[in-house]
Write a protein that binds this ligand. Structure first.
Ligand code: FAD
Length: 833
């Protein structure tokens, strides 16, 4: 690209010849104010108007006149007069003045027009900083005040920079539509300044075309192309909200301080940090191999998770607001099952380190830790008490949900990294392990014991705990189960036990649960499947005593009622008086929880529940070189949580063994998403693609996998339902006016006057440390130079009413951040003593 030389405000620049003055100035760090211009959008005149728009159901017909721009970015080009910087290309030898009295005057005149049509009473109110905006001491009617975005409002910041005239005509409320009944966003047309950013992002960047503008009665009116967002073909990507410089478009459910996490909740909810938006996008594009690699980057059990993960990601998927969430888990399974493994060459073992690690337990936590440590070049041996590796993936979760061959395939891949698995080897002492020359140990023994309810008859041979029952059934040992089986408990283990019982001989299975259906801890899909297979559930019932008469179990039960909520938030079951009743069974399975048992020979400190005490950052235990994770430390949890802990431990152990703890590896080139979505008819009504399953008659009596998974086309169609929330985070921030921070040096402090005023101190990241009013600002700031090491920048303003001003600024900060700055908070704490 040809480079040309120009000057802006006396600063000599080199710029690409295809840049506008605005872009060249931005790149050189020179601020030119703008409202309609945005770094990611084409200039204001890029699109033509429409013949009509809707604001809510109200349609306005108008003309297609082009938009004339906000007039904030005016600059003077020597020899060429006043031009708009956002659409004037730079030229060789050009001299630009971005701030002359004449330009400033014209900008203010243009701003006056914008503000006269926008509620702006708060913007010009002298008491704005101390105001909570909920009530108004000047009695300004609510529809003339600014919106809740006040403290982060771009229009406010630009207006303050340009300067507001005192002759701005008062705003006259127009009573325009406020569309509050649509999903995701609230649109208040009264706050719209018709800058057309939302229209341009929707049309030119996303290619969706749900928004448009028209000109009627001399006014430019922005709106939707149909009476509702759905009718307009909106894809709910949120780009319009992101670029809006006022509060005209606001998220309904996202608070500013949590927006990063809340905007892409799926990724944030995944304990293993899988880049869900990326793999779903790749699947929508048909790149299944790429999708599989993305999942693989974060977990070594993609096919397992694709079947049994309890998908916290789907629980928070924003598509839920339009219907059912995207089937993220099912997509993961499809990617894993169709994986061609092109990424394998990048997944190689690093140079051998000569360090040895022992892992106790081969469940998902232990296997994951083994995989990452082996890949780092350490020698890894897993000790497993049972005959085969996999932990609860093999001995807890029944095969109709997770086929053993799927699990074996994933375990075999981990073995290829040189991980040795010693099965039928129970570890009883860590001294023995260290004597064998291991440098570190990871404890991942899970919770192998079943909890008891403590009633008479629980020791009868026909009464077993759920964990032991499933272990036996999953070991394919012969089961002698009578026709009538009771399962006590309402969790996932109870569901698996009851469905397994139906497959190993029981004719009738009844779950007894002490609370109601709404309080059941099992996942809804598990309950539904159990019921569809014929499992009966007796709610609000507990067993009191079991006795054996005439070869059958007589179970004395009590009816329960729900009392007040307990610590878990669920209502406490309380016995109903005189409600005793009896039921008859052949076998009873007690599935009311799991217990840990750490052998004494491990010599690690245990907490109240018998779980090892760990440092949550490193998962290290009280014994040097010994780390612990998975269910053993978290209590009964989930596969993905166990995997996440296995990874966390691997990173800490790698550091302990002399590595850098950097265990992540890229298996696929990073790709920045292209922000184009295009039109998709009926997008918001797309139904979740139903996954094929065996019907009950096919699945009862055997352990065949029930869910059959998506084929390619189904997976692509399902992935296309994704709202692509992640794209929003790719949108650049608007360029804001410069803040007037001064570097915190003795020399700069010299310029502060010896008068009353307020100063603010900032750290190296320009985070506010404190707001302070002082009778003598110079002395106050100078004192901080001696006592405060964190400060790197400061701001000051003279004000004889410095205590009032201090509390105004503090209140403003509180509104934005929910707390006062750190040093003010510490002072408040000191005041309490
Ligand atoms: P585990 O998987 O329990 O593995 C621990 C291993 O350590 C075992 O193999 C054990 O034999 C071995 N071990 C114990 N002591 C010793 C010793 N001293 N020496 C040598 N080896 C030892 N989660 C989901 O996300 N989705 C589901 O659908 C799901 N379903 C479940 C169904 C059931 C019936 C159960 C019980 C749990 C289920 N879970 C599910 C939970 C999930 O399986 C566990 O959270 C996860 O397996 C815990 O992994 P872990 O590696 O910590 O322990």
């Amino acid at each position: 690209m040809t480079r040309i030389k120009l000057k802006i405000d006396g600063v000599a620049l080199d710029a690409d010849a295809d840049l506008t003055i605005m872009e060249a100035a931005r790149r050189a760090g020179i601020y030119i104010p703008a409202l309609c211009s945005h770094p990611d959008l084409p200039p204001f005149h890029s699109g033509s108007g429409s013949q009509f728009v809707y604001q809510g159901p109200a349609r306005t017909d108008g003309s297609i006149d082009p938009y004339e721009g906000c007039g904030m970015c005016l600059v003077e080009v020597e020899g060429d007069g006043i031009r708009t910087a956002c659409d004037t290309l730079v030229q060789e030898g050009m001299t630009v003045f971005a701030s002359t009295p004449e330009i400033n005057d014209q900008r203010q005149e243009n701003l006056k027009k914008i503000l006269s049509g926008h509620p702006h009473a708060c913007l010009v109110c002298p008491q704005q900083e101390g105001c909570g905006q909920k009530s108004c001491s000047s009695n300004v009617p609510e529809d003339e005040r600014c919106c809740p975005n006040f403290n982060v409002c771009e229009l406010k910041k630009v207006s303050e920079y340009v300067g507001m005239r005192i002759d701005i005509p008062p705003y006259v409320p127009q009573g325009l539509s406020v569309v509050d009944d649509e999903p995701f966003f609230r649109r208040d047309y009264n706050l719209c300044i018709a800058c057309t950013r939302c229209v341009r992002v929707c049309n030119d960047v996303r290619g969706v075309g749900a928004l448009a503008f028209t000109t009627a009665e001399g006014r430019l009116i922005v709106g939707t192309t149909g009476p509702t967002l759905k009718d307009s073909g909106c894809r709910f990507c949120g780009a319009c909200v992101e670029v809006c410089p006022t509060g005209a478009l606001m998220d309904k459910d996202i608070v500013w301080s949590e927006r990063e996490e809340a905007l892409v909740p799926c990724k944030n909810a995944c304990p293993a940090g899988i880049d869900i938006p990326l793999y779903v996008r790749l699947m929508a594009e048909g790149d299944f191999a790429g999708a599989a690699a993305v999942v693989r980057e974060k977990v070594p059990f993609p096919a397992t998770l694709g079947r049994v993960c309890f998908h916290p990601c789907e629980d928070v998927c924003r598509r839920k607001m339009l219907g059912k969430p995207v089937a993220i888990r099912e997509l993961k399974r499809c990617a894993a099952d169709l994986d061609e493994g092109f990424w394998k060459e990048r997944d190689a073992v690093a140079d051998r380190t000569g360090k040895k690690t022992a892992i106790v337990g081969s469940g998902p936590a232990g296997m994951t830790c083994a995989y990452y440590l082996a890949r780092q070049g350490h020698s890894v041996v897993i000790f497993e008490a049972l005959a085969h590796p996999g932990g609860m993936l093999r001995y807890g979760i029944p095969e109709y949900r997770l086929p053993k061959e799927t699990l074996d395939r994933e375990i075999d891949y981990i073995r290829q990294f040189g991980v040795e698995i010693k099965t039928d080897t129970r570890v009883e002492s860590l001294d023995d392990i260290f004597e064998q020359g291991f440098d570190s140990v990871f404890l991942a023994m899970g919770l192998q014991g079943g909890a008891r309810i403590g009633i008479e008859g629980e020791d009868l041979p026909e009464v077993v705990d759920g964990i032991s029952f499933l272990r036996k059934a999953n070991s394919k040992k012969s089961m002698e189960l009578g026709p009538r089986v009771a399962v006590i408990g309402g969790g996932n283990v109870a569901m698996d036990a009851s469905r397994t019982a139906l497959r190993v001989g029981a004719k009738e299975v009844t779950i007894l649960y002490r609370r109601g259906e709404a309080e059941m801890p099992a996942y809804v899909e598990e309950i539904e499947q159990a019921v569809s297979e014929g499992v009966k559930i007796e709610f609000l019932a507990i067993p009191r005593k079991i006795s054996k008469t005439n070869g059958r179990l007589d179970m004395e039960c009590l009816r329960m009622a729900l009392g007040d909520a307990d610590m878990s938030g669920r209502r406490r079951p309380v016995p109903v008086e005189n409600s005793r009743f009896n039921m008859v069974f052949d076998d009873v399975i007690v599935a009311v929880g799991q217990k840990s048992s750490v052998p004494e020979g491990f010599d690690v400190s245990l907490g109240a529940k018998g779980y090892p005490v760990i440092d949550p950052e490193t998962l290290s235990t009280s014994r040097k070189g010994v780390f612990a994770g998975g269910d053993l430390v978290s209590g009964a949890s989930t596969v993905v949580e166990a995997i996440a802990m296995g990874k966390k431990a691997a990173a800490a152990m790698d550091q302990f063994l002399g590595g850098e703890g950097n265990i992540e590896r890229r298996l696929i080139e990073q790709q920045r998403p292209n922000g184009f979505l295009g039109k998709a008819n009926g997008f918001s009504d797309l139904k979740r693609v139903t996954v094929q399953t065996l019907n009950v008659s096919e699945s009862i009596g055997n352990f065949d996998e029930i869910v059959c998974g998506y084929d390619r086309d189904q997976a692509m169609n399902e992935a296309k339902r994704c709202l692509r929330c992640d794209l929003r985070l790719e949108i650049s921030s608007p360029v804001m006016p410069p803040e007037m921070w001064t570097e915190f040096t003795a020399e700069n402090i010299e310029s502060v006057p010896n008068t009353e005023g307020v100063f603010q101190l900032f750290d190296a990241d320009k985070r506010l440390i404190c707001i302070k009013g002082a009778m003598n600002m110079f002395e106050g700031i100078e004192e901080k130079l001696r006592s405060n090491e964190k400060t790197r920048f400061f701001l000051w303003e003279e004000d004889p009413m410095y205590t009032k001003r201090e509390s105004e600024l503090l209140q403003q900060y509180m509104q934005e951040h929910g707390a006062v700055p750190d040093e003010n908070a510490a002072e408040l704490d000191d005041d309490l003593y």
